[in-house]
Design a binder for this molecule. Structure first.
Ligand code: ADP
Ligand code: ADP
Length: 232
């Protein structure tokens, strides 16, 4: 079954000379697979993630997420799809500074009509899964960088999304913390979550089943990785 399907996708920005940020991309992402996206700066990685994350629509071609073509949806339907189907982990964690860890994790459920006790239970459960059960009351600035990243991950997962999108998830993290985050990704992947991760780091990409290499808005090549491949 297909989690994400892009067919002949083109995304053109018109600021003076038109820029084809994506220039004829076709890609299928199977449910439960783990895909890494690599490519130089400006190759279209963020544009691709924004489309899959239902934040934007293609100029040409089709993008289907969870079997629904996003270009055919209205803004409201796209927002709903984004809330239920997709979880985002951004490089700059985007945590709310005045909310504690538990409240930050609980936040996305507000828009899903889940009542408060259940929101708190689920948020607490997710915080425990990322190893921060004892930090629920801490504000973001009372947490280390890696802990903040884990709060962001818990928040991305609290609505139990089918697809997790991570953009440079381990940027600015020390080696141990990075390994913790990547181990968590492995855990969720093993639990059936579809993982899509943008990274500049080869050893991060090697956690995936395959690496899609972008160049100038096109797929340069797709590298299949062996099960259990090790880096180095
Ligand atoms: P990457 O994430 O690989 O660095 P992007 O997807 O951010 O690449 O950008 C791909 C190309 O599209 C670049 O040439 C960039 O300048 C251009 N681009 C991205 N976003 C916009 C935008 N909002 N308006 C105009 N051009 C953009
Ligand atoms: P790291 O090496 O992962 O960046 P830090 O040295 O920043 O970790 O933090 C170590 C511990 O101290 C963490 O458990 C964190 O929760 C706690 N901590 C860091 N900053 C604060 C703060 N301002 N208030 C309370 N606890 C803090």
């Amino acid at each position: 079954e297909t989690a994400v399907a892009l067919s002949n996708v083109r995304k053109t920005y018109r600021v003076g000379e038109p820029v084809h940020a994506l220039d004829g991309i076709s890609l299928e992402v199977a449910r439960g697979s783990y895909t890494a996206i690599m490519g130089p700066s400006g190759s279209g990685k963020s544009t691709l993630m924004n489309l899959v994350g239902c934040l934007d629509t293609p100029t040409e071609g089709t993008v289907a997420v969870g079997g629904q073509e996003i270009g055919a949806l209205g803004d409201r339907e796209r927002t709903r799809l984004r809330g239920t189907e997709v979880g985002f982990v951004f490089q700059t964690f985007n945590l709310m500074p005045r909310l504690n860890a538990l409240e930050n994790v609980a936040l996305p459920q507000l828009f899903q009509g889940i009542d408060r006790p259940e929101r708190r239970d689920r948020a607490r459960d997710l915080l425990e899964r990322v190893g921060l059960g004892d930090r629920a009351d801490h504000l973001p600035n009372e947490l280390s960088g890696g802990q903040r990243q884990r709060v962001a991950l818990a928040r991305a997962l609290v609505n139990d999304p089918a697809i997790v999108l991570a953009d440079e998830p381990s940027g600015n993290l020390d080696t141990d913390t990075e390994a913790d985050i990547l181990d968590l990704f492995d855990e969720f992947h093993e639990g059936g979550t579809t993982m899509l991760v943008v990274t500049h780091e080869r050893h991060v990409a090697e956690r995936a089943d395959r690496i899609v290499h972008l160049l100038d808005g096109k797929i340069e090549r797709i590298e299949e990785l062996d099960e259990g491949a090790t880096s180095g």
